[in-house]
Write a protein that binds this ligand. Structure first.
Ligand code: TYD
Length: 140
């Protein structure tokens, strides 16, 4: 099993097509944009101010997290180190490797957090208890 750390995660600049008169368009295409193919897309919205989301890790899932609108902060944790990323551009995505704890917080009003995921939804891929996560990282 590959042991990923927070330093293996970074912001990917997405393809952006700009038109002076008609605005912007960003593309994500399987086989071109990301190191994984997208099997599922979901988005968080209407998150009340002060609320946080996430608080889990995935064993296998890879994700690209995009602030499709507004802004929020994603904090990644590999059990040893934490790193926070401020997302506020629809043409940037945070590439999150498997096996990392994530917290999403500081949602701006109207923020939309779009997640492109490498797998369909599987509850068995989640670790929702932080102590269990630390134990899991210790076993990696
Ligand atoms: P949850 O993972 O707890 O959200 P967050 O980590 O952002 O706080 O998911 C909230 C609910 O949505 C939970 O009942 C599971 C369900 N859900 C799906 O049915 N399919 C999905 O793809 C996702 C991401 C969640």
């Amino acid at each position: 099993m590959v042991r990923f750390s927070v330093s293996d995660c970074s912001i990917i600049e997405l393809d952006r097509h700009h038109s002076e008169r008609k605005g912007n368009l960003t593309v994500v295409e399987n086989g071109i944009t990301l190191p994984f193919d997208v099997k599922r897309v979901y988005y968080l919205y209407d998150v009340p101010g002060g609320e946080s989301r996430g608080a889990h890790a995935h064993k296998e899932l890879e994700q690209l997290i995009v602030a499709a609108s507004g802004s929020f902060v994603v904090t990644l944790d590999d059990g040893k180190e934490k790193k926070s990323f401020f997302l506020n551009r629809p043409y940037q995505g945070l590439y999150v490797r498997p096996g990392l704890w994530r917290d999403l917080a500081d949602f701006s009003s109207g923020a939309v957090c779009m997640v492109l995921a490498s797998e369909v939804y599987m509850e068995t891929d989640y670790i929702r208890c932080y102590q269990e996560f630390l134990d899991y990282k210790g076993m990696e």
